[in-house]
Every structure is written in structure tokens, then in C-alpha cells.
Design a protein around this ligand. Structure first.
Ligand code: GLU
Length: 387
């Protein structure tokens, strides 16, 4: 367990750690389960959950991305060591995920925290409609002060539709919820000039500001049997995180209280993003997505947008194009000027039916409660002058 930090260690703590408001923490199977017995390392997990409680007390929001379902389930089912058939790992995940969720729930309750289980498949971050759904659910849980515990839905995932490793899954989740920091707890305390053990002269790299081919070459591609990713998938996670404006930390999880250790100056590698998550997301919305339609708004809505508000259905006069929930659309004023772009919360067919209607009427018309916003302000990018 880390003791009181020395001044030298404390000075290693980067301001980005103290400033991070929304933190995603990835916990690998090798840290959570005992290699010999295949059982859960409860004391270690209790120390991690206590760290999460500490961060929450400091006013931070935390999302956990936890592996461990297959490792725990294979032990319970008595499956042999070595690579598993797809069906076996799906079955193991089905059994192990329950134990995993149960352990989180029990330990979190001891620290006064509520946990929520989220199982994702690749489409949940790659398809825009499902992406919006998953994002909103996680956002809502965070607003309600619950700690989302995310894993891949390994029970139904097959090779073609799989993230495959939780390093990349955690980076996708961090981008999806615009987290400002992603922590990958690993079995090493960061990136080295070459995989440790392969060369006596390796040195630790404390800071990466760009993922170059040189950085990629340092990673090698080793992984252990328990953890799908080696350093290679962590670098790929870094690429995803940095693109989304999320800073990333790789550090060791092989100590008790691994998150407290970061605050106390333990050795880590920081990957620093060049832009913040909000800017990165707005750029993605305005620059990378092909708009599928146009929504025309009245003067009142135009004014509200200029004040940074969401676009309400009540302020929309006309829609064009063919778009689904989550697709990008162009927002135009009554006289046709482009005001910005955003992700539509409604598919065109639904939008047409509720145009100009009051919030109270929407659920009745559609038959489901979809909310008064056609485009939420967090899903919108307006040119600076009109923000
Ligand atoms: N999702 C897998 C599990 O929970 C682990 C994937 C990984 O280790 O990266 O067992």
C-alpha cells in the first residue's frame, strides 16, 4: 500500500489529474483475479472501490470499465486453462459477469456507493442511434450519482462484432461520455522504450503528446493469457482517447489503492490530448459526420441557440432529408442560413409528427417519452460567433 508520498513523488502528479472531472478507469482481468486459483482478489478490489469513493467525495464522476467475467466464470465452470472456444468463453462470461457485478455491488455499498451494470456490444459505440442511447444512460446514471461498471457483453459478442479487449472498449467509452481522463490500470507502471525484460537498457517514458510510429514500436505486442491487451492495445486505446480529447494514464494496478497512488505521485505514463473533450466532440459533429438532413428553426429558437440552449422540438418549423436518431443534421434559420450542426434525438419520421409541438404533447403523439429536445446542446456544434 502506498505510504505518505515524498516531495519528489508528489511533484510528479500532473495538474491534469487533479483537474479531471470525469474519469474512466479500466480494470483488467489479471489484476482482478488470482492467477493460481482463478478467484476474485477481493481485498484489492475493495481498495480500488475505496479510491473511487474518495474521488467521488472530491466531486469527480467515475466510470469503471471492468474485465474479469471470463476469467471468473471459467474457474466456476471448471473449464481448462489455455485458449477457450468461443462458446466456452461466452458461457464463462455469462457465469462470471454475475459474480463480478455482485462483488462490485457489495464492495461499493460498503463505501456508500451505488453501482450500475452496463454491458456493451460494438454497435453501441459504432452506430449513432445506439451510441446516443448508451451515452444518455451513462450520463443519467452519473447525474444520479451511480457508478457505471461497464464490460463488453461477451455472452453475445462473436469475433466479428467484438471490441475484443477492454483497453479499446474503455477508450470508446471515455470518448462517448466526453471523459477528461482515462486510467488504464496495467501490470506495468507505464510505457517503456521497449517491453521491460526484453532489453536491459529500457527506460520509462513519463509523457507522450503524440502517438508516433516510434511510440507504437515501443509497445511490442505481448499480452498475457488473462488480459487480452498488451501494451499494443493500450497504445491503440491512447489513439482513440487522444482523438476524443481525453487524456490517458497508464499505471500499475499491482498495488493496493492504485488510484490513490496516482494522487501520491506513483510512476505513470501520461498521454496528453491536444484539445479538450468538448471541443473534440464538437469538431467531430461539425466536421466528420455527413449530415443526413436539415432542420429549419424559427426566430425564437435561433435566439435560444445563440444563448447556448438546446434546440426544442417546439422551435422547429420544417425538416428535410432522411435521418435516424443519432444522425447529424444541419440546423438552418428560417431564411436558410446555417446556424450549426447536431445529432438529432429523433428519427425524421418522428420529428415530422411533433414539429412545433409543446413538450407536454410529444409523448402522446409518439406513444413514447422522448423528451422536448430535438438536439441537445451537448450534441450540437455552432460556429463560435453564434454560441
Ligand atoms: N471482456 C472480457 C472479460 O470480462 C475481458 C477483455 C479484456 O481482458 O480486455 O472477461
Amino acid at each position: 500500500m502506498p505510504q505518505t508520498a515524498t516531495a519528489a513523488e508528489a511533484s510528479r502528479v500532473r495538474p491534469e489529474w487533479g483537474e479531471a472531472r470525469r474519469i474512466v478507469v479500466k480494470i483488467g482481468s489479471a489484476l482482478l483475479t488470482d492467477r493460481e486459483t482463478g478467484t476474485l482478489k477481493r481485498d484489492w478490489l475493495a481498495s480500488l472501490v475505496a479510491d473511487v469513493a474518495e474521488l467521488v467525495r472530491e466531486g469527480r464522476e467515475v466510470v469503471l470499465v471492468s474485465s474479469g467475467s471470463i476469467a471468473l466464470g471459467r474457474h466456476t465452470l471448471g473449464l481448462p486453462t489455455g485458449p477457450l472456444e468461443l462458446e466456452q468463453s461466452q458461457a464463462a462470461a455469462a457465469v462470471g459477469q454475475i459474480s463480478l457485478a455482485h462483488a462490485y455491488q457489495e464492495l461499493a455499498a460498503q463505501s456508500g456507493l451505488t453501482v450500475a451494470q452496463i454491458l456493451l456490444t460494438l454497435g453501441d459505440t459504432e452506430q449513432r442511434r445506439r451510441y446516443l442511447n448508451a451515452r444518455h444512460t451513462i450520463e443519467t446514471l452519473l447525474e444520479l450519482k451511480a457508478i457505471p461498471v461497464v464490460n463488453e457483453n461477451d455472452t453475445v459478442a462473436t469475433a466479428e462484432i467484438k471490441y475484443g479487449d477492454n483497453d479499446r472498449l474503455s477508450a470508446r467509452v471515455a470518448g462517448m461520455v466526453s471523459a477528461d481522463c482515462l486510467v488504464l490500470l496495467s501490470d506495468v507502471d507505464g510505457l517503456y522504450t521497449a517491453p521491460p525484460g526484453t532489453d536491459p537498457n529500457v527506460t520509462h517514458i513519463p509523457l507522450v503528446t503524440e502517438i508516433t510510429s516510434q511510440i507504437e514500436a515501443m509497445a511490442g505486442d505481448a499480452g498475457t493469457e488473462l488480459s487480452k491487451g498488451g501494451m499494443k492495445t493500450k497504445i491503440e486505446a491512447g489513439r482513440i482517447a487522444l482523438g476524443a480529447g481525453t487524456n490517458m494514464v497508464i499505471t500499475t494496478g499491482k498495488v493496493m489503492h492504485p488510484l490513490r497512488a496516482i494522487s501520491e505521485g506513483s510512476r505513470v505514463t501520461w498521454f496528453l490530448a491536444k484539445q479538450d473533450p468538448v471541443t473534440a466532440r464538437k469538431r467531430w459533429i461539425s466536421g466528420q459526420l455527413t449530415p443526413r438532413g436539415t432542420v429549419f428553426v424559427d426566430a425564437g429558437a435561433e435566439k435560444a441557440l445563440a444563448q447556448g440552449k438546446s434546440l426544442l422540438v417546439a422551435g422547429v418549423t420544417r425538416v428535410e432529408g432522411t435521418f435516424e436518431r443519432g444522425d447529424a443534421v444541419i440546423i438552418r434559420s428560417a431564411d436558410g442560413r446555417e446556424l450549426g450542426r447536431g445529432l438529432s434525438a429523433y428519427a425524421k419520421g418522428d420529428a415530422v409528427n411533433i414539429l412545433g409541438r409543446k413538450s407536454s404533447e410529444i409523448a402522446e403523439i409518439l406513444g413514447f417519452e422522448g423528451g422536448p429536445e430535438l438536439i441537445h446542446r451537448n450534441d450540437m456544434a455552432l460556429p463560435r460567433k453564434s454560441m
